[in-house]
Design a protein around this ligand. Structure first.
Ligand SMILES: [Zn+2]
Length: 135
């Protein structure tokens, strides 16, 4: 069985919620590095957060599930700047062209491409790296 990383979380609660959602939908999944992150949050950037892995065959279905849940959640969050609920997700996958950067990513994250995610308010165009808390 092949497991593939679907997401990484810097928060145990979120990782756990996502995992619960997978289990409810009969998707085999596992967490990686959750102990390191929970015990010492300062190590979090070094290990790249808590990784959620799903079985390769379920990957596409799992991605769709996470996107849907996230979009539903975002609809209820008001932008801290303009107070309008128009926050959307901006995802980026960076694949470095040179060998050494790819190697560095491979060592740090276990894969050559890195993934970054931001949130943008489409009303005032403000970008957030972390999801603003819901009020
Ligand atoms: Zn805004």
């Amino acid at each position: 069985m092949n497991f593939k990383q679907i997401a990484s979380y810097d928060n145990y609660l979120l990782a756990n919620m996502a995992m619960g959602m997978m289990t409810e939908n009969d998707i085999k999944c596992q967490m990686k590095d959750e102990y390191i992150v929970t015990i010492d949050p300062l190590l979090n950037p070094a290990v790249g957060g808590i990784k959620l892995l799903v079985e390769e065959n379920d990957f596409d279905r799992a991605v769709a599930l996470i996107k849907e849940a996230e979009n539903n959640y975002l609809k209820e969050i008001a932008c801290p700047v303009c107070k309008v609920c128009t926050i959307s997700i901006e995802e980026k996958i960076n694949t470095p062209q040179d060998f050494w950067s790819r190697l560095k990513n491979q060592i740090l994250y276990g894969q050559s491409a890195t993934y970054s995610k931001n949130y943008r308010c489409t009303s005032c165009n403000k970008i957030f790296t972390e999801l603003p808390p819901s009020f």
